[in-house]
Ligand binder design. Sequence first.
Ligand SMILES: NC(=O)c1ccc[n+]([C@@H]2O[C@H](COP(=O)([O-])OP(=O)(O)OC[C@H]3O[C@@H](n4cnc5c(N)ncnc54)[C@H](OP(=O)(O)O)[C@@H]3O)[C@@H](O)[C@H]2O)c1
Length: 250
Amino acid sequence: MSTASNLFAGQRVVVMGGSSGIGEAAATAFAADGAEVVVTGRDRERLDAAVARIGGKTSGRQLDATDPAAIAAFFTDFAEGGTVDHLVVAVSGSAGSGPIAQLDLADLATGFDAKFWPHVRVLKAALPHLREDGSVTLITAASARAAFPGTSGLAAINGALEAMVPPLAVELAPLRVNAVSPGVIDTPWWDRVPADQRAALFDGLAATTPVGRVGRPEDVAQAILLLAANTFVTGVVFECTGGANLPTGR
Ligand SMILES: NC(=O)c1ccc[n+]([C@@H]2O[C@H](COP(=O)([O-])OP(=O)(O)OC[C@H]3O[C@@H](n4cnc5c(N)ncnc54)[C@H](OP(=O)(O)O)[C@@H]3O)[C@@H](O)[C@H]2O)c1
């Protein structure tokens, strides 16, 4: 659901990891609300297809968020057109999950390289180019504060990011820094799971989730836009899980 309010008209938004899933949905909502949006991703074809779907004043920039030089060059180029009003970091990683007894620490390190370090690196590189009272929204994961077996590595990666949000909000004010922490969202991230297994997994999760379904990318996009738009919200980790992570008292 888009508010289609022109709320972001004249504003410039960067969505790192915007060629799929949650990032694409956020870019679509920002564009529908009048923003000039730049989405990034590593795969050129995927990026071009996303830009065409998103529409509005959207452009794509192919870059790898694990590459410090590429990120620095991106923000330098982008700054030629003015400041960044809102930054969303939605790059994904999948490494680092599994029971701790079997978890390969090199795989966990890969998980940090794919998600934790790109989020921090992008934030740092963007700082000189962000509007003084603009916003940054990181995308973490409900695993950071849940107790699902086999997710301690993912909890560490996402928990590390979530722990940074409140001190960054104070340190960088009046820039606002928030995170959205999604539960299970039906995005291409899950394509790595065979379709029949994925359907069974989603059905099982829907049955135990208070709202009765897994999430859609648009659910998370709405949360991202709320945090970007509301100038009285900072230092918050906003849970967008359909209630799946609420304590049951078991
Ligand atoms: N889906 C879920 O259930 C779920 C749950 C909790 C948290 N999350 C988090 O939500 C965020 C978005 O996930 P998603 O489900 O939307 O995933 P997705 O559909 O796989 O989209 C990920 C996006 O990030 C880009 N990307 C990945 N690595 C990149 C890199 N190194 N440099 C630049 N772009 C990169 C991808 O494009 P390229 O591959 O072409 O680079 C794509 O545009 C992730 O941080 C994920 O951990 C997702």
